[in-house]
Design a protein. Structure first.
Length: 202
């Protein structure tokens, strides 16, 4: 079969970039051609950053956020309110909420949401560690800050059933966030207000 590009190396590079979320082949080609136009040392540095990424990145042993150390900066910060725990789907959601500058508690990153269609069940998420963390004591309120989608609501309900026997206060972010949207795409003002105006989870 004829190649789409004049070089097999170029085609392989475009194919790799095109696997990234939101990157089509035209954008991938533009990125690869940009790299080709840069000095070799700069491209080597660029590549080395990604080849060492998996080795250098840690996941916080407490909240499962991405970190450079075993315990992330948020969990290790004595100024954070350690009685409040915000449950989020992924690292992007931590970044989004932190950017609002409206929340000073701790986080728990699930690593996804329950989605039977995608083969993701409760056992595939950090739900058991969440229950253990709350059961250990010291947590007064758990804020369920998952995206207002069907999968997010299903996960909220499952978690609430697990945590209710522990007597902790459960709340959910206000629905200023549009139903069906991912949390990371909400603007900072709306997201910040949703955190402040959270409501009891019924």
């Amino acid at each position: 079969m004829d190649r789409q590009y004049p070089s097999a190396a170029l085609e392989r590079a475009v194919g790799e970039f095109a696997q990234l979320p939101g990157i089509g082949r035209k954008t991938a080609l533009r990125l690869v051609l940009h790299l080709l136009s840069r000095p070799e040392e700069e491209v080597c540095t660029f590549g080395k950053v990604f080849t060492t990424l998996k080795q250098d990145i840690h996941y916080c042993k407490v909240c499962h956020n991405i970190s450079d150390t075993d315990i992330c900066e948020i969990c290790a910060n004595p100024k954070r309110s350690n009685g409040t725990l915000c449950v989020v789907e992924n690292v992007q959601d931590v970044l989004a909420i932190e950017n609002t500058m409206q929340y000073t508690g701790l986080y728990h990153v699930l690593g996804g949401v329950i989605s039977p269609v995608d083969g993701i069940g409760p056992q595939d998420l950090q739900i058991a560690s969440l229950v253990d963390r709350v059961a250990a004591g010291g947590i007064n309120e758990v804020i369920l800050a998952l995206s207002p989608t069907m999968e997010g609501d299903t996960t909220n309900f499952f978690i609430s059933r697990k945590l209710q026997p522990l007597g902790v206060k459960l709340s959910v972010i206000a629905r200023g966030v549009t139903v069906g949207n991912n949390l990371e795409y909400a603007d900072e003002v709306t997201l910040g207000r949703s955190i402040l105006d959270r409501t009891p989870f019924i």
